[in-house]
Design a protein around this ligand. Structure first.
Ligand code: PLP
Length: 822
């Protein structure tokens, strides 16, 4: 479980660390940089410039300040010959970067003053920056938090991914239904990025493998060029600037002139169109199948480009490929880059002339793999014929690796079912390549992202692989960067904390614990409550703008924002909302706590039930919000287009954080951490990192309900009868029958018949089984809310005790245990 040894999470005061606030640079310098950028790079004078030009000039000015540190960081790494960390991720859910850079360079005050002399507020220009959504949800956001923490901890690192032209889709709600629109975040250019045309690699697909006496040659049928686009990542107090390197694709032969001249205009441009399709769009599937050929092409494209880049850099500076594990640590964020294992072996064997076993040993010592889900529908596997057609040489390498793994298993005396489970090839039905088994066997470290998840990995998907290689699995509980998720999104709270305990927590979030002994202090409670109220007023204004719905900032803001997925159980929350609505109407004399139920999140476009749940939330909202008998007591809001920017607005304004997944199904969660850090209380199940949050904030400062992971597994195994549960719970029954009967969908009475029918028939996610416990926990939350001092005290204990969930702590553990760089 949790290791005893402490980990360095304090950010060291490196010699290059920025000066402290009292002697920060004046606004003259930053002003001069902005004006210079405006004139010479944007090409406008101050009078002609539009707000967007000022935004662009401001980014250029900051970028100039960043570049010097960037080069300095790179030089320092070369001089030290230090080991570098390479984080391979198909997703980086970055959000906006302006405030991040300004805050981490400690330029907020100077920049605000400079912009004001030109009649602008920094906050106003920030709104012009598009939200870079190159990810789906938690996994992509984790990668972004990790990049920031790596720079803050002064660890030399590169993030590698794809520069999608269209990131996560923009969600519009039309008549309550989700509509997906393309997100065009690059339409006005991207002033943060640097085109690195000189860092380009050929990436092959298909073709044939020819072996003769002295080696193997892969002759791909098609090739595209991957070229690098770099974004600097600034650490806290400018400790270091690392690189996020995203690949874009070009045709080697952009236009086939002979075809063009012969009149085949489409054929002439086909290569370019094929290349462009690789980086065109992010698959919008989170914990869900995305099994198309283009996805595998994307995975290989970015993995191969990254590995070639890493090996090129290694050979340039260290010359001997055998020292790769001493100079490079490659971390695979889920199985999306798992083909990198085969790519490294291929380059070592086919290009550097090593024997297979030595190549495998070097690969394993270099690679670590992070597992993010145990859901069977999210475990990647590819049909063998497709894999072989697209990557014939990699297929051979996977067979060769598999033969060694199976030999190990036989030698260890494993039986046939265990050997079959370990195999990199799934032989049941159509044969498939199992990417998780490839990543597991090609890595020296396999980590889960919360203590429970890591335990379940050992017991379930990786049971037999764990028996064979027991030293590989380890836990690294997720974290979030406190710069974005406290200081930047909640400056009011940050200021109050600073006044209370000093600013040591800004370099070491575990110092927030000093708040514990002040939790009962009425003055501190009052100040924190004032900040929360101001944040709620601001959010109420934003909600009015986005949805037209008026909400009362004095009501409890009860929030569930995350991807829409059945295992996350938005349906449990919605059914309880309906039950509460029924209860208020039948007992109007009771002292109900006014609540605003806030929902937000995107559904994968192909995920029927998730999209229907969005429609249900909107149908319930329409009915409840227009019913005068509950007005002032209950409002329901579905906020459209949930993304990082919206999370930064909603989380500081939340009172109650809904973390109610079916136990055993949420690997970790990171939303749960952000809410607690901003003083919301959690209502949640014993799942993922909720368990560790409870251990730290204390049982009396969190509301836990429902079955444990073990109880869920047992119920599933021993036969679960949801119909009996529904019929035995009058509140649940009334709510489910109301929804199924069309109370919330008078225009289409059968709209939710099947969705509710699924609860009676199988209820895989145990909504019915946990309902009564959840409803009772909500009434417990009401009782706590009626005691404002008690609530505020609990909120302070939450803030005080979740400093451990800083991604600085998480990254320190990876650095020490997996990468060997601290
Ligand atoms: C933190 C975050 C997530 C992850 O939220 P969970 O509740 O852990 O699923 C998803 N999307 C965005 C925009 C986030 O900021």
């Amino acid at each position: 479980m949790i290791r005893g040894a402490t980990v360095r999470t304090r950010i060291s005061n490196h010699v290059t660390t920025l000066s402290r606030p009292n002697d920060r640079p004046g606004n003259d310098e930053i002003d001069a940089l902005i004006i210079d950028a405006l004139r010479h790079r944007v090409g406008k004078d101050e009078r002609a410039a539009k707000p967007h030009d000022w935004y662009t000039a401001t980014v250029y000015a900051l970028r100039d300040k960043v570049i010097d540190r960037w080069m300095e960081s790179t030089r320092r790494t070369y001089a030290d010959g230090a080991k570098r960390v390479y984080y391979l991720s198909l997703e980086f859910l970055i959000g906006r970067l302006l405030r991040d850079a300004v805050n981490n360079l400690d330029l907020t005050g100077a920049l605000e003053r400079a912009l004001r002399t030109h009649g602008f507020e920094l906050a106003e220009l920030e709104e012009l920056e598009p939200d870079a959504a190159l990810g789906n949800g938690g996994l992509g956001r984790l990668a972004a938090c990790f990049m920031e923490s790596l720079a803050s901890l002064d660890i030399p690192a590169y993030g590698y991914g794809i520069r999608y032209v269209n990131g996560m889709f923009r969600q519009r709600i039309d008549e309550g239904w989700q509509v997906e629109l393309p997100e065009t975040w690059l339409s006005h250019g991207n002033p943060w990025e640097f085109d690195r045309r000189e860092s380009a690699y050929r990436i092959g697909f298909g073709g044939e493998v020819i072996s003769d006496g002295d080696g193997v040659e892969w002759h791909p049928a098609e090739e595209v060029e991957a070229s690098a686009v770099d974004t600097p990542v600034v650490g806290w107090r400018g400790a270091r600037v690392n690189t996020l390197r995203l690949w874009t694709a070009n045709a080697l032969d952009p236009i086939k002139l002979d075809a063009f001249n012969a009149g085949d205009h489409v054929g002439a441009l086909e290569g370019e169109a094929r290349a462009a399709s690789l980086v065109r769009v992010l698959y919008p599937a989170d914990s869900h199948k995305a099994g198309q050929e283009l996805r595998l092409r994307q995975e290989y494209f970015f993995s191969a480009a990254s590995i070639q880049d890493i090996i090129r850099r290694h050979m340039q500076f260290h010359e001997d490929i055998r020292t790769l594990p001493d100079k490079a640590a490659i971390q695979l964020n889920d199985t999306h880059p798992a083909v990198a294992v085969a790519e490294i072996i291929r380059l070592l064997v086919d290009e550097h002339g090593l024997e297979f076993d030595e190549a495998l040993d070097i690969t394993r010592r270099t690679v670590g793999y992070t597992n993010h889900t145990l859901l069977p529908e999210a475990l990647e596997s590819w049909p063998l014929p497709l894999f072989e057609r697209l990557l014939p040489r990699h297929m051979q390498i996977i067979y060769a690796l598999n033969s060694r793994v199976l030999r190990d298993a036989r030698k260890a005396g494993m039986d046939d079912p265990a050997v079959a489970a370990i195999s990199l090839i799934d032989e049941g039905g159509d044969r498939r390549v199992r990417m998780a088994n490839l990543a597991f066997t090609g890595a020296h470290s396999v980590n889960g992202v919360a203590a429970l998840h890591t335990e379940l990995m050992k017991q379930t998907v990786f049971h037999d692989l764990h028996t064979l290689y027991p030293e590989k699995i380890n836990n690294k509980t997720n974290g979030v960067t406190p710069r974005r998720w406290l200081m930047q999104c909640n400056p009011g709270l940050t200021g109050v904390i600073r006044d209370a305990i000093g600013d040591g927590f800004m370099d070491d979030t575990t110092q927030l614990e000093k708040l514990n002994k002040l939790a009962g202090d009425a003055a501190l409670q009052e100040r924190i409550a004032e900040v929360k109220r101001a944040n709620k007023v601001a959010l109420a204004g934003h909600i009015k703008e986005l949805t037209g719905i008026r909400v009362d900032p004095d009501a409890m803001f009860d929030v569930q924002i995350k991807r829409i997925h059945e295992y996350k159980r938005q349906l449990l929350n919605l059914i309880e909302t309906v039950a509460l609505y029924d209860q208020i109407r039948s007992h109007p004399e009771k002292d109900w706590v006014p609540r605003v139920k806030i929902f937000g999140g995107k559904a994968a476009p192909s995920y029927h039930n998730a999209k229907l749940i969005i429609k249900l939330a909107n149908d319930i909202a329409r009915r409840i919000n227009s019913d005068p008998s509950v007005s002032g007591l209950l409002k329901v809001v579905f906020v459209p287009n949930y993304n990082v920017t919206l999370a930064e607005r909603i989380i500081p304004a939340s009172d109650l954080s809904e973390q109610i997944s079916t136990a055993g199904m949420e690997a970790s969660g990171t939303g749960n951490m952000k809410f607690a850090l901003n003083g919301a209380l959690t209502i949640g199940t014993l799942d993922g990192a909720n368990i560790e949050i409870k251990d730290r904030v204390g049982d009396e400062n969190i509301v836990i309900f429902g079955m444990t992971a073990e109880e869920v597994a047992e119920k599933r195994a021993n036969g679960y009868n949801p119909r009996a549960v529904i019929e035995g719970s009058p509140e649940l029954r009334q709510a489910v029958e109301g929804i199924a009967g069309g109370v919330f969908s008078p225009d289409d009475k059968d709209r939710y018949k099947d969705l509710m029918g699924g609860l009676y028939d199988s209820d895989w996610f145990m909504v019915a089984a946990d309902f009564d416990a959840y409803a009772a926990a909500q009434r417990d939350v009401d009782a706590r809310w009626r005691d404002p001092a008690g609530w505020r005290k609990a909120a302070i204990h939450n803030i005080a005790n979740v400093g451990w969930f800083s991604s600085d702590r998480t990254i320190s553990e990876y650095a020490r245990d997996i990468w060997g760089v601290l």
